[in-house]
Design a protein around this ligand. Structure first.
Ligand SMILES: [Zn+2]
Length: 398
């Protein structure tokens, strides 16, 4: 019994020690937390500092360290993912975003964001099926429109024009924006594919859709004429292209050769050529000039070609026209067997051609990409209808 009483006296001391130990442990934990917090902050600032100093390699190492210290930092994961993708390390970007998508302790908005980023990673890596699946799972919310924009871009890369039309129509509704010009271009691409298969019915059907999207669509009008040519109906082709001749002559060069051919089949080659010649005073530049010159020389001879080029030169003083005029004079000199003037003229023609061939380029109004041929979709920036039909030409005065 005595022993028990003695123990009772010790009990408060034991409790006191226990309490002290608990407090000490908590202080230790707090200190550890403080140290971790300070370490995290230091790493974050170091990472940001390196980023600002454009040292992404070192910045990534520092930020990965922070993410390890605190796996809850979603924003940091997003920043890392985007850094990896920008540096072309798509595999690592995919891992970061997949980790976020797989977490069920983050907000729905963050998961949608991660799904969108993952879709873009897959797109970048060329894994198009997986990109499509991720982007389609983004759901409603603020990432819906960016996901659709990415899908639209992807369908164009895949040349899946039908899906591109659906995505563009959905975006038109979501953004209240006009996507009709793009949709008409996608219909034209479908028509072109059908034309390659010689499927005239499908070609016409696709072009009907293009005209529903944009009445009098220039490319669809050009293609409709080409489908008629394929179907051996030159008269209908000419009637269709009348719209280009009368309203959009700047695009006439895109059909000029086939225009002559269609007239030839109807026994009206000279009539067809005269109608193109009539356009030269206003549109005497670029490829139309090249094509008309070629056919005038073939059908009417060098004298007519030379006379025509002199007339065009008065209205359109470009190096291209000048080169063509010298070319016609050279042909005449050869015909007259005037050897010395032929040699002189040949030297001028060569010199001018060298100069004009470097100047003769179509230029994208969106990214400035210069191309020898006309494109409906810029190969540089993938935008549609950004090339002016007017090819750059050197002015004769320069
Ligand atoms: Zn471009």
């Amino acid at each position: 019994m005595e022993i028990e009483v003695q123990w009772l006296g010790v009990l408060p001391i034991v409790f006191g020690l226990g309490w002290l130990a608990a407090r000490w442990e908590k202080r230790l934990e707090d200190m550890e937390d403080d140290v971790a917090q300070q370490k995290k902050q230091r790493s974050t600032f170091r990472g940001l500092n390196l980023l600002l100093n454009e040292q992404p390699d070192k910045a990534i190492d520092a930020l990965v360290e922070v993410a390890k210290l605190d796996p809850e930092t979603t924003e940091l994961h997003f920043a890392l993912g985007s850094l990896f993708r920008r540096r072309g390390e798509t595999e690592r970007a995919i891992r970061v975003h997949q980790h976020l998508v797989g977490r069920d302790d983050i907000a729905a908005r963050d998961r949608a964001h991660a799904g969108y980023e993952l879709g873009r990673d897959f797109l970048r890596a060329g894994m198009l099926d997986r990109a499509e699946a991720s982007l389609n799972q983004v759901g409603d919310g603020r990432y819906l429109i960016p996901a659709k924009v990415a899908l639209l871009e992807m369908y164009q890369i895949e040349k899946d024009w039908r899906k591109a039309i659906i995505a563009a129509s959905e975006l038109a509704q979501l953004e209240k924006k006009d996507y009709q010009d793009q949709i008409a271009q996608f219909d034209c691409e479908i028509a072109l594919e059908a034309m390659r298969r010689q499927d005239l019915v499908a070609s016409h059907l696709a072009l009907d859709h293009a005209f529903i999207a944009v009445p009098e669509h220039i490319r669809a009008t050009i293609l409709r004429g080409e489908v008629y040519i394929l179907g051996q109906r030159p008269k209908e082709a000419i009637t269709t292209w009348k719209l280009i001749e009368e309203k959009y002559p700047a695009f006439l060069h895109l059909v000029a050769d086939q225009w002559i051919l269609a007239h030839q089949e109807l026994g009206q080659e000279f009539v067809g050529l005269e109608r193109l010649v009539a356009q030269l005073p206003e549109h005497g530049w670029g490829e139309l000039l090249d094509i008309v010159y070629k056919h005038v020389l073939r059908l009417q001879g060098a004298e007519s070609a030379e006379l025509l080029m002199s007339q065009v030169l008065l209205k359109t003083p470009t190096l291209t026209v000048l080169a063509k005029r010298f070319e016609a004079q050279y042909e005449l000199a050869i015909a007259r067997e005037a050897q010395s003037s032929a040699t002189d003229l040949k030297a001028s023609v060569d010199l001018l051609k060298k100069r004009t061939s470097s100047l003769a380029r179509y230029t994208c109004s969106s990214c400035g990409f210069r191309a020898k041929r006309f494109y409906w979709q810029c190969p540089g920036c993938n935008h549609w209808d950004v090339y002016s039909p007017k090819r750059g030409e050197g002015l004769a005065g320069l």
